[in-house]
Design a protein around this ligand. Structure first.
Ligand SMILES: *[C@@H]1O[C@H](CO)[C@@H](O)[C@H](O)[C@H]1NC(C)=O
Ligand SMILES: *[C@@H]1O[C@H](CO)[C@@H](O)[C@H](O)[C@H]1NC(C)=O
Length: 986
């Protein structure tokens, strides 16, 4: 802009010839002209920017003619017509920053956060010499922070958080002397950070949390950081002690050193006041201008959780009048809870769970504080529960389980309308539950198991309650018929109480119920025959009661039931044939008075303890540990008048049909061949359909499941073997199975991959369908991982053989590659929808192949959601989004595969995480509580040199089972990560 710089001499030259006022006008004119020219140039820069970012639609309004001034656009701020700020957050910008952005000479603030920009740190910004504020957070930047970043000498705010920057944080960052705010959290630094950072005296916020720095210790000296308000180094591998000098950070409000291996005691002096004459500052939101004299009294958030700290909770915490949140959970703190903490005026959240704290809970808690969360679980606390927790009217969550608390629950809890969770299980509480507690309108979870509580079940319940656990208490009385109004209940556990009366039909109305546990009570009478709406029920336990009468056939129609225990009752009659449609992984009908033959689906060792002690029951297999059915026992069980009538009618109809058929056959000879099996090959075969059909005999069965039996068939004298899945063996091929058959043939007939099982041919005729696959010598993965299944004689798995880690990793990688091919390698992506260890087959060399494509769906486009008409898949492997939407994408396979990774590493079954937590949830819980992964590794592989690899795969399993589909990796990324894990390559 040469004119601008040359204008002052002109003005001076003309000055004497003009009177004062016109001069100003002229000056203004000149400066206006200059200004509009600058504006025009800056507008051109913006338009070029938009162009170089490939015109994201979010910037459609950046058009020259569109507005009187670009300074009015929401992303822009100007001063005197010149651009000073670009706020370009969350605009779907995908491209790097072009150098000409620094033609905006007055740019002081650039915010590019929440975009999708990749590449290295944009050093082109070095030319923006006035830049004070730079925010690149929430993008995909990678590589190191450049070692000459100190060239941006004016920077006061540098926010690079939540990117993939790695390597060391260079010392040059600590040479940005003016920095007030430095956010480097949640990146992938894997080296060191410069200790000189702690010498940046202007710092107000220093956030380094969630980075894998090489282990380091906190500095001994914080004297320079007089202005630091926010300091977080959570999960940054800090070890050693917390130095007393932390209190030198006089302005500190927020201190987070959680999730580190810090040791030692919490130094008693650190949060003490510097001098006793200081003023208290009461505003919780104190910022900037705090008088130097006031020190640690500003602290409002302290998080030292998940460390290895020992010793007592210091009394001086009681002086932190602004303390709002105190989190010390998961340490080894001992001693009592100081009384002074109970009277802190600002205290809202206190978390002391999982320590060794003893003594009583100070009774004044809540009296003076607006408490929201009060958590003291898993300690050794004794005595009564404090009365006034809800005094402030804000109490939201209460967790005191697993202590030795006693006495009655305070009545005041029954009036605490803000309460959402009450977790008081495993203590010694006695007496009645305060009446109002059941009805609190915000209450969602009430956990009271393992106390000495008594009283009857409430007639009505808060509409928001989804989980009630009250097992192992002394509750008595009937299940009220008003139970039908407990609409939103998901889990109801009242095992081991003194409940009596019948199971009312009204209980079967509850549509969201997944878990119903009433074992070990005194329930009697018949079960309701009409089960109205247990659509979501997966677990039903009514064992150890006095229930009599028949098992309702409707139980066999529950769509997602996987665990059923009705043992130790007085149930009689036959096992309803509808049970043949269930897909159970746990069944116990022992110790009843059932009779007749058990459904053939259960006639195998997986269920050999399911029917014990029912003298009238028989099985066709002798290993079932019950009577073997003789023709006599069969006949005797069928001597029944109605049956005879039905049989007579059926026989008559048969005769009629045969006659009709013969008439038809004589008329048209060919019709007999309509039911001849038809073979459709998918590759050249060395057998015919008759080789197969002749071998479909019981001794060749190697498995049975929801959709039919699987046979092992030797097809020719040279010993070639195939596996044959018979989709159906009863009369009618139902629509669902027909669809699964078609899906399997369509998909497997068309795709070929070394990690997807080969479909050789299919054979179909009117009443039955056979799918013929390559035979996999080593059976399915679940039989290797889960001991219970392994003991079954047909499993093909020797008892003493161990699946070692290299094999497991090879299997994981193989399955991931197979899925990757399905998701990304086919012309239209395929979602499997039923990835689980029993659908992963192993050949003679333990090469994994994905099987069972009965539920698979093709997607039109990658990433596109597909609408599922019904929830399918297997319990324990189902992604959580199935609960609230039927529109799912391939991330559901990633979730299920994550569960398989957890099975491979822990050896646990997918539903076996904990009583009612799935494996995924359990693993997440374990990991997030900082417990060592080595504790949960499958014992069979624990003792070896692969612990790092195993932990990484375990973590990958957690990553894959993230609740939000969008935060799960793609299967492509999973393959990459597994390859990295298996370094050196397999
Ligand atoms: C920067 O802004 C000032 C006004 O704040 C203006 O006078 C100057 O011309 C601008 N510089 C550039 C290079 O745009
Ligand atoms: C740190 O991460 C980078 C990028 O992922 C990698 O290239 C480098 O080897 C890693 N350094 C160390 C010491 O692990």
């Amino acid at each position: 802009m040469p004119r601008l710089t040359s204008s002052p001499p002109h003005i001076r030259f003309f000055f004497p010839f003009f009177s004062y006022i016109p001069c100003v006008v002229f000056l203004c004119f000149l400066s206006h002209a200059a200004e509009s020219q600058i504006q025009d140039q800056e507008l051109q820069v913006l338009l070029k920017l938009r162009q170089s970012w490939q015109e994201p639609s979010s910037l459609d309004h950046w058009v020259a003619s569109n507005s009187s001034s670009h300074c009015a656009w929401p992303e822009i701020k100007c001063q005197e017509g010149s651009i000073t700020e670009l706020n370009l957050t969350n605009l779907s910008i995908n491209y790097s920053t072009p150098p000409f952005i620094c033609d905006l000479k007055n740019l002081t603030k650039l915010d590019l956060s929440y975009n999708n920009i990749t590449g290295e740190f944009p050093t082109v910004l070095y030319n923006c010499s006035k830049l004070v504020y730079l925010d690149l957070s929430k993008n995909h930047f990678e590589g190191p922070i450049p070692s000459d970043i100190n060239r941006m000498a004016n920077l006061q705010v540098l926010i690079l958080a939540d990117n993939s920057f790695s390597f060391d944080v260079p010392a040059s960052v600590a040479r940005l002397q003016r920095l007030r705010i430095l956010h480097l959290y949640m990146s992938e630094y894997n080296g060191t950070y410069p200790e000189e950072i702690f010498g940046l005296s202007a710092l107000e916020e220093l956030r380094l949390e969630y980075n894998k720095f090489v282990p380091s210790q906190l500095p001994q000296n914080f004297t320079v950081l007089k202005k630091l308000r926010f300091f977080s180094m959570a999960q940054t591998n800090l070890y050693g002690g917390i130095p007393e000098t932390v209190s030198d950070m006089e302005a500190l409000e927020h201190l987070d050193l959680g999730k580190n291996p810090l040791t030692g005691e919490i130094p008693a002096s650190i949060f003490a006041l510097r001098s006793l004459s200081e003023l208290y500052v009461y505003e919780t939101n104190v910022s900037g201008s705090i008088p130097q004299a006031v020190s640690a009294v500003n602290l409002s958030v302290i998080d030292l959780s998940l460390n290895n700290l020992m010793g007592n909770i210091p009394e001086v915490f009681g002086q932190l009048k602004n303390l709002y949140s105190l989190n010390l959970e998961f340490n080894q703190l001992s001693g009592g809870i100081p009384e002074v903490i109970a009277s802190l005026p600002a205290l809202s959240d206190i978390k002391l769970s999982n320590n060794n704290i003893s003594g009583t809970i100070p009774p004044d808690f809540g009296k003076f504080s607006p408490l929201r969360r009060f958590e003291v679980a898993f300690n050794n606390l004794t005595g009564a529960f404090p009365e006034h927790l809800c005094h402030g009217g804000t109490l939201f969550g209460l967790a005191a389980m697993d202590n030795n608390l006693s006495g009655e629950l305070p009545k005041s809890l029954g009036n605490c309308s803000t309460l959402s969770h009450v977790l008081l299980h495993n203590n010694g509480f006695t007496g009645n539950v305060p009446g109002g507690l059941w009805m609190l309108r915000n209450l969602t979870a009430l956990l009271l198991s393992g106390n000495g509580l008594t009283g009857e079940l409430p007639r009505e319940l808060s509409p928001n309650l989804t989980r009630i656990e009250m097992s192992n208490n002394k509750f008595f009385g009937k299940i009220p018929s008003t139970v039908s109004s407990w609409r939103n209940l998901v889990v109801f556990d009242a095992s081991n109480n003194l409940l009596s009366g019948t199971v009312p039909a009204e209980l079967t109305v509850l549509p969201s119920l997944t878990t119903l546990l009433f074992g070990q009570n005194k329930l009697s009478g018949n079960l309701p025959t009409d089960i109205i709406s247990w659509k979501s029920l997966t677990t039903l336990n009514l064992s150890h009661n006095k229930i009599s009468g028949p098992i309702p056939s409707k139980i066999g129609l529950l769509p997602v039931l996987t665990q059923l225990d009705l043992s130790d009752n007085q149930l009689s009659g036959l096992i309803p044939p509808e049970f043949g449609q269930l897909n159970l992984n746990r069944l116990n009908l022992s110790s009843n008075r059932l009779r007749g033959e058990i459904p053939s689906l259960y006639d195998n060792t997986a269920y050999d303890t399911s029917f014990l002690n029912n003298p009238g029951l028989c099985a066709s297999n002798s290993f079932m540990r019950i009577n073997v059915c003789t023709t006599q026992s069969r006949r005797s069980s069928k001597i029944n008048l109605t049956l005879i009538v039905i049989l007579a009618i059926a026989a008559a109809m048969c005769v009629l049909l045969v006659v009709l058929f013969m008439i038809r056959a004589s008329r048209k000879n060919r019709s007999r061949f309509d039911s001849t099996p038809k073979l459709t090959p998918f590759q050249s075969l060395n057998f015919t359909e008759s080789n197969i059909l002749s071998e479909l005999k019981e001794p060749n069965v190697i498995g049975s499941g929801g959709s039919g039996k699987v046979y092992r068939v030797v097809v020719n004298p040279s010993g070639d073997t195939v596996a044959v899945k018979r989709i159906l063996n009863n009369q009618k091929l139902d629509e669902k199975l027909e669809k699964q058959f078609v899906a399997e043939v369509e998909i497997l007939g068309n795709i070929k991959h070394r990690h997807i099982v080969k479909l050789l041919c299919c054979i179909s005729w009117e009443k039955s369908k056979l799918l013929v696959y390559e035979y996999m010598e080593n059976s399915s993965l679940d039989r290797w991982l889960h001991k219970k299944k392994r003991s079954s004689p047909n499993s093909g798995v020797a008892n003493n053989m161990i699946l070692d880690w290299p094999k497991r990793l090879q299997i994981a990688l193989g399955v991931a590659e197979g899925l990757c091919y399905m998701h990304h390698g086919c012309s239209s992506p395929i979602i499997h929808r039923d990835v689980k260890s029993s659908n992963i087959l192993l050949d003679s060399e333990f090469k994994a192949k994905i099987a069972d494509f009965g539920l698979a769906r093709m997607l039109a486009k990658p990433g596109e959601a597909v609408s599922m008409t019904s929830v399918a898949g297997s319990f324990g492997y189902l992604a959580p989004e199935y609960n609230h939407t039927k529109r799912v994408n391939e991330k559901i396979d990633v979730y299920s595969f994550g569960v398989v990774l957890l099975e491979l590493t822990t050896g646990r079954e997918p539903c076996e995480g904990n009583e009612d937590m799935g494996l995924a949830e359990w693993a997440w819980f374990h990991f997030n509580h900082g417990k060592p992964i080595s504790d949960v590794i499958d014992e069979e592989i624990r003792d070896n040199s692969y612990l790092d690899q195993i932990s990484n795969v375990f973590k990958l399993g957690i990553f894959c089972t993230a609740r939000l589909p969008s935060t799960r990796p793609t299967i492509k990324e999973v393959v990459q990560m597994l390859l990295k894990c298996s370094d050196p390559p397999l």
